[in-house]
Design a protein around this ligand. Structure first.
Ligand SMILES: NC(=O)c1ccc[n+]([C@@H]2O[C@H](COP(=O)([O-])OP(=O)(O)OC[C@H]3O[C@@H](n4cnc5c(N)ncnc54)[C@H](OP(=O)(O)O)[C@@H]3O)[C@@H](O)[C@H]2O)c1
Length: 317
């Protein structure tokens, strides 16, 4: 009921908070919610907006579109290559970004939803892109975000775009000795639940690591934009694709309206740290009951322990 109420009756507030002087990175900004969030943040005066895209030609087209509607100096927007299917690309991106004078917002928006099982870098592709790569980039950028906080006396935001659908599963794979190994097992994979699973994993990891960032000056939050028009369902086939299409046709917000919660996350205060935002506001009540249960808390610890092992193999610290 909360979902329907929100989709039908709530319109997140139009973003007005200034981003003047800020450097903002938006991943997956060539299209969809990321592009509309980048447009708002550009309009709101950011000094530098980096569109982190795997397809830089599409990124340049998005830049052209944003410049034409916001009338900013084209030099404000830069398009940088970032492919979350490639750990080398993520490391190169993080090295390049770490050389910037400051980073005020890392808005991790890029994600996939697919019904096809495929291994990428040894893990199922949705898990690779939405979870492993997303947190690899986050951890590689944390030193720069902390440095920005100290140097400029600001609170940089690390924002993870999650989803309402995190509540569609209680992660039965948590019962396996290693959940990531289980998710990589094609013979048991439930691909109709894989996208919700990836979004639940994001929520669990954010809740686990946010307390470890207390006092670091960095605000880590996560959010649900609501069901919105975008290209997200392009790789969902069969019944799942039909259901997604029908729901979007009946209920979806425009991409611009959906992007408002991304901008709210990028501008949110300390009260959003470790929290979940919904309809552009902190909304703990929108976090699933599984996540908040004792089982959910234990699962958060398990997932973070396992994810750390995966990340350690990619980038030993
Ligand atoms: N739309 C909704 O109803 C909805 C609801 C809740 C949450 N969300 C979340 O909102 C975020 C944005 O989704 P969207 O709806 O705007 O979808 P979208 O239109 O499909 O945009 C996804 C973006 O992610 C990028 N991306 C995908 N794989 C990548 C990779 N390997 N490396 C780098 N970038 C990659 C895409 O780039 P390409 O164009 O090159 O593929 C695209 O820019 C996602 O985190 C999604 O889970 C969406």
């Amino acid at each position: 009921m909360g979902f329907l109420y929100s989709q039908f009756f709530v319109t997140p507030a139009y973003p007005t908070r200034s981003f003047a002087g800020e450097t903002v990175i938006v991943t997956g900004a060539n299209v969809g919610l990321g592009k509309e969030a980048a447009r708002h943040i550009t309009r709101l005066g950011a000094s530098k907006v980096i569109l982190a895209c795997r397809n830089t030609t599409a990124g340049e087209e998005a830049k052209h579109d944003i410049v034409s509607t916001t009338k900013v100096n084209p030099a404000t927007i830069e398009v940088w290559q970032l492919d979350l299917n490639s750990y080398d690309s993520i490391k190169d991106f993080a090295n390049r970004a770490s050389a910037l004078p400051r980073i005020d917002v890392l808005l991790e928006n890029a994600a996939i939803a697919t019904s096809n099982f495929q291994l990428v870098n040894g893990h199922e592709s949705t898990v690779t892109v939405n979870v492993i790569s997303t947190f690899l980039l986050a951890l590689l950028m944390l030193p720069k975000l902390k440095e920005t906080s100290k140097q400029y006396n600001v609170q940089p935001r690390l924002v993870i775009v999650s989803s309402e659908v995190h509540s569609y599963t209680d992660l039965p794979e948590r019962k396996a000795p290693n959940t990531f190994d289980e998710l990589d097992n094609q013979s048991t994979a439930n691909m109709s639940q894989r996208y919700p699973t990836s979004k639940l994993l994001e929520v669990l990891v954010v809740r686990e690591i946010a307390p470890k960032l207390n006092g670091s000056g960095v605000i880590l939050n996560m959010l649900n934009p609501g069901l919105c028009h975008s290209s997200l369902s392009r790789n969902t086939a069969g019944l799942q694709g039909i259901v997604f299409w029908l729901m979007k046709t009946l209920l979806a917000r425009s991409t611009e309206v959906g992007s408002r919660t991304l901008v709210a996350g990028a501008a949110a205060d300390e009260d959003s740290h470790g929290e979940y935002m919904h309809d552009a506001m902190v909304a703990d009540e929108a976090v699933s009951s599984f996540v908040k249960s004792e089982d959910g808390k234990k699962t958060s610890q398990k997932i973070w322990t396992e994810l750390k092992e995966v990340l350690e193999k990619i980038e030993p610290v």
